[in-house]
Write a protein that binds this ligand. Structure first.
Ligand SMILES: NC(=O)c1ccc[n+]([C@@H]2O[C@H](COP(=O)([O-])OP(=O)(O)OC[C@H]3O[C@@H](n4cnc5c(N)ncnc54)[C@H](OP(=O)(O)O)[C@@H]3O)[C@@H](O)[C@H]2O)c1
Length: 226
């Protein structure tokens, strides 16, 4: 009997963890649809991958993506897109436009997209959101990076609500990739991209709906305290 490959929609795959995850899903035999804001030659060079445009902050582009995927099955909606605001100014010293842009990119856009695409994800499918330990209240013992922390804490809250209202018989995961050596993580990061992706892939590809709604998990599978 022919095995139908599972299909993932990977959002934010231009570079970093998103690109490495696209490579991993392909290597594991998945059909991969990936989105980028700017063109990504490394992504487009992958065999058998469909690349579509999406700025996650733009509702019109999210609706256009939904239209272009109409009728398709998405087993896993995996959202990786995110930005780290520059500098360490407290949130109240930043321009309103910047605060809104970061919240829309890291929190609001992800959950809006999942809500728009939810009918494409069948029972047994998975929604995976990319958060950060920086969004944990308990882990905030150093302060700093206000805006990034707030955006990831907001993502966690919105995803918890999404799991209640839209999860159904589908898994909903909130994943912290660890401090990974990407452009965002920088050279001092402690986790190799390959190790982060290995852990993330294992979590997503074996996910089941949870009585807890949306668990907050480290790439290693350990629970991150809220
Ligand atoms: N690296 C770490 O240490 C670390 C730790 C904790 C959490 N994270 C989270 O992990 C995710 C990936 O991080 P990374 O380290 O791979 O960062 P990265 O190398 O900077 O990549 C970020 C990705 O997000 C995409 N993106 C940014 N703005 C977007 C938008 N408006 N719409 C759609 N896509 C957008 C980028 O695409 P374009 O280039 O096309 O804009 C890029 O592919 C992020 O959510 C980040 O917050 C990372």
């Amino acid at each position: 009997m022919a095995v139908i490959p599972r299909r993932v929609l990977l959002v934010g795959a231009t570079q970093g963890l998103g690109l490495a995850l696209a490579q991993r899903y392909r290597a594991e035999g998945w059909d991969v649809v990936a989105t980028t804001v700017v063109p990504s030659p490394a992504l487009e060079a992958l065999d058998g991958i469909t690349v579509l445009p999406l700025d996650i902050t733009d509702e019109g582009q999210a609706l256009a993506l939904r239209d272009s995927l109409a009728g398709q099955r998405i087993d896993v909606l995996h959202i990786v897109a995110g930005i780290l605001p520059q500098g360490d100014a407290p949130i109240w010293e930043r321009a309103d436009e910047e605060v809104l842009r970061v919240l829309k990119t890291n929190a609001i856009g992800s959950v809006r997209l999942a809500t728009l695409l939810e009918l494409l994800v069948p029972e047994g499918g998975t929604f995976a959101f990319t958060s950060s330990g920086m969004g944990s209240m308990v882990r905030n013992t150093l302060a700093g990076a206000d805006l990034y922390r707030v955006s990831k804490a907001a993502l966690n809250m919105l995803v918890r609500s999404f799991a209640v209202t839209h999860g159904g018989k589908r898994a909903v995961l909130i994943i912290c990739p660890g401090w990974a050596k990407t452009e965002m993580g920088g050279a001092d990061a402690t986790v190799e991209v390959a190790d982060s992706v290995d852990g993330i892939y294992r979590l997503v590809s074996t996910a089941h709906p949870s009585a807890d709604g949306a668990p907050f998990l480290e790439y290693t599978g350990d629970t991150v305290p809220w």
